[in-house]
Ligand binder design. Sequence first.
Ligand SMILES: [Zn+2]
Length: 469
Amino acid sequence: MQSKLFFYGGAGSVTGSNFMLEVQNPDASVGARFLIDCGLFQGEHALQKNNWDQWSFDPTTITALINTHAHIDHIGRIPKLVKDGYRGPIISTKATRALAEPMLLDALELNERDAKRHNVAPLYTKDDIAQALKQWEGIEYHEPKTFGDVIFEFYNAGHILGSALAKFTRKDGGQARSIVFSGDLGGGNSPLLPLAEVPEGAQYLLIESVYGDRKRDDTNRREALENSIEDAVARGGTLLIPAFSTERTQDLLFEIKSLMQEKRIPSIPVYLDSPLAEQITAAFEKHPEYFKDEIKERALNGEHIFAFPELHFVSSVEESAKLHTTPNPKIILAGSGMSNGGRVIDHEKHVLQDAKSTLLIVGYQAAGSLGRKLVEGAKQVEIYDIHSHTAQKIEVRAHVQVLYGYSAHMDGEQLLEYVNKMSDTNKLEEVFVVMGEIASSSFLAQRIRDYLGVKATTPEVGESVTIAF
Ligand SMILES: [Zn+2]
């Protein structure tokens, strides 16, 4: 029994997750074709250009599209796939489906802007998103789906609300063979989500490696957040957090609310300046069944998990502009998380030049993004102004602090330990290390080989391998 695995995106880079499992029939003809994720390439311009490329396969021949979670680098090209003729099922957890609509509509706005800038047609339209949602089915974790002789099942990945690992199983004679696609894996840092599950008995694993070469100390993250807020208050400045709309924003709102309720930080205004994050927060409130038990219980007892008196939602662009002149100290959370677009850009123009203020970076920053330059200590940055279409030079005088403790990803140690757990039954035959920058993926693959004695490779984009599945 043989199948083929194609690495169309998310190999040699973090973003653009897109894999295909092509199941072969006993007579070697092609059986089912599963697409796993259909994400947008993000970050450097050269990489982003790939989004406009033709598919390396015929979209009309796909049996089912399985989606691990609602981040745009995992769902962002789904409407394009639909536009190009895909009419089969799109399957994710219910929460992923709920988050997908606001995420895709927001991505479309950014895409239309990018397309104008580079003089190309946008990747897709609102109608394509609507069509995709018609084909989109939300299911539960551990709810099996059968396609011919292949059974498919989601496991909780603990990364963002509704995130999942996808496990495919096929019987070979009496023996089951399985392959697991990790999606992104959470390292247990969310105050809201349960830990990632470990599916057992798989022969093959595709694993993410965003932080494959890094070790984080997350133990004092709450104190670090508290200190950051207190410092900004003491200086009388603004604490600006470029926030990822999904999960990170809700994690931080929850932590800030708790710190204020416990009187560990002063009661100062908190502005959530992201209509997308506001919608996503509302979707979180509607799906408390995905929270860890203690939070689920609070939500089911009627508590609005993300509401507190100091929190203000900023809807209009005018209100957003007014925040520059509202008195300090204050906290502003604004998108996007990598400072490569969105309202955070306008705030950064003001905050970065103010020595009293702090820019707090809380997540992965893709190579080439403004956020990455700031993490690397740039003293002067260029910020592109979408109104005047010019780049403006900004001196960085603000305190730039980095707090990875709220990362939604496992670090290198956790990833290795995760593979170790999966290889406990001695069934794991090969690990494909993907969704990381090359240095990071290679480092993790090396450690899997050295420490666990399991075959581990780092496939390149466009590569395919034959597997016994
Ligand atoms: Zn993700």
